[in-house]
Design a binder for this molecule. Structure first.
Ligand SMILES: [Zn+2]
Ligand SMILES: [Zn+2]
Length: 335
């Protein structure tokens, strides 16, 4: 189940869940889920190699077939841990990287996590109808702030770009994850099975993991169908276990296929799960009709951006203005 975060008024509850201590329930749950997932893989596949005589015979006669299947099995697990250990793209890291790149640090520490609150204590003033961020000495700070000002349309409420939980200045499409207690670039959802957020930095890896897992699931389902169709005498408990495991496999397959199709749709329209499901909670998207995809640049470009250029922390998309929207609607209508 994807998680999308909490409301600002539940901040105390959120913080208390992340308070340091010997027992971190979040990490323990994540570890239990990871071990469970690993065990499900090993048990479902291992059963076939122990009790499917047809598969065992085929492994001896055609070892390449089993080798490819096991390679896919290993690649899926590697991809799982690779995605699980990946960073979803934290706003604070992007801020540090951006400021480093543009040599515009003033008095802000490079250790971004601790420096962020100091920004919050600064004051906000209005310049040409746009919010601008000033430090205590009244000087406009950092290239990051300048960049953010260009990403939001004129007149956008500061509430849109200041996180109510961690007080980070964030670009459009970023959102605070209650489980990670950080703002995530192009936040999609928090995956409890992976124990990490899915965002700008790892959405592509996540898609590949779901794709590999789906292919593995389909192939394993075919092996189970062959197992049931084989005319071989077996113990009753072997058939019983096979039926239970194939039922689990079928549920996993339905779940994976649904996620894969859903994320293909998101990628082709340049949306995130959060934007699609909680659109009414995003102030700068409320005015845009639900059938419009404000960040979409066409299927081919969306696909290219997703695969090739969205891993960069500094790649940020501006919120389209009303004029941009009208122009795009006109082009679509004319075509
Ligand atoms: Zn935040
Ligand atoms: Zn998270």
């Amino acid at each position: 189940m994807p998680r999308f975060g909490r409301q600002p008024w539940s901040i105390s509850a959120t913080r208390s869940r992340h308070s340091p201590g010997l027992f971190n329930s979040g990490r323990t749950t994540s570890l239990i889920l990871k071990i469970s997932l690993l065990l499900i893989h090993v048990v479902i596949v291992g059963f076939l190699f122990l009790f499917d005589e047809q598969l065992i015979r085929k492994t001896r006669s055609e070892p390449w077939y089993t080798a490819i299947y096991l390679a896919l099995f290993a690649a899926t697990l590697v991809q799982y841990f690779y995605t699980s250990c990946s960073t979803p793209g934290y706003v604070l890291d992007a801020m540090t990287a951006y400021n480093d790149t543009h040599h515009a640090f003033l008095s802000i520490s490079k250790s971004s996590e601790k420096s962020a609150p100091s920004l919050v204590q600064s004051s906000i003033s209005s310049m040409d109808g746009r919010p601008s961020w000033k430090n205590k000495s009244g000087t406009l700070t950092t290239a990051w702030v300048k960049q953010l000002m260009d990403l939001y349309p004129s007149g956008t409420s500061t509430r849109s770009w200041i996180c109510a939980y961690c007080q980070t200045l964030r670009p459009p499409r970023a959102h605070h994850c209650a489980d990670c207690d950080k703002c995530i670039l192009k936040f999609d959802h928090h995956c409890i099975w992976l124990g990490t957020c899915i965002g700008q930095g790892n959405h592509c890896r996540f898609w590949w993991y779901i794709f590999e897992e789906t292919v593995l699931c389909i192939w394993t389902a075919i092996l189970y169908i062959c197992f049931f169709r084989a005319i071989v005498e077996r113990e009753w408990w072997q058939n019983g276990i096979a039926i239970i495991l194939s039922a689990i496999l079928l549920l996993c397959l339905i779940f994976l296929l649904s996620i894969l199709i859903f994320h293909c749709y998101l990628i082709l329209t340049n949306q995130t799960s959060y934007e699609l499901i909680r659109r009414h909670r995003i102030p700068y998207l409320r005015e845009i009709p639900e059938w419009e995809h404000p960040f979409s640049k066409g299927i081919c470009r969306n696909l290219y951006d997703f695969c090739c250029s969205r891993n960069s922390l500094c790649a940020m998309e501006p919120v389209p203005t009303r004029d941009d929207q009208e122009e795009r609607s006109h082009i679509t209508y004319v075509n």
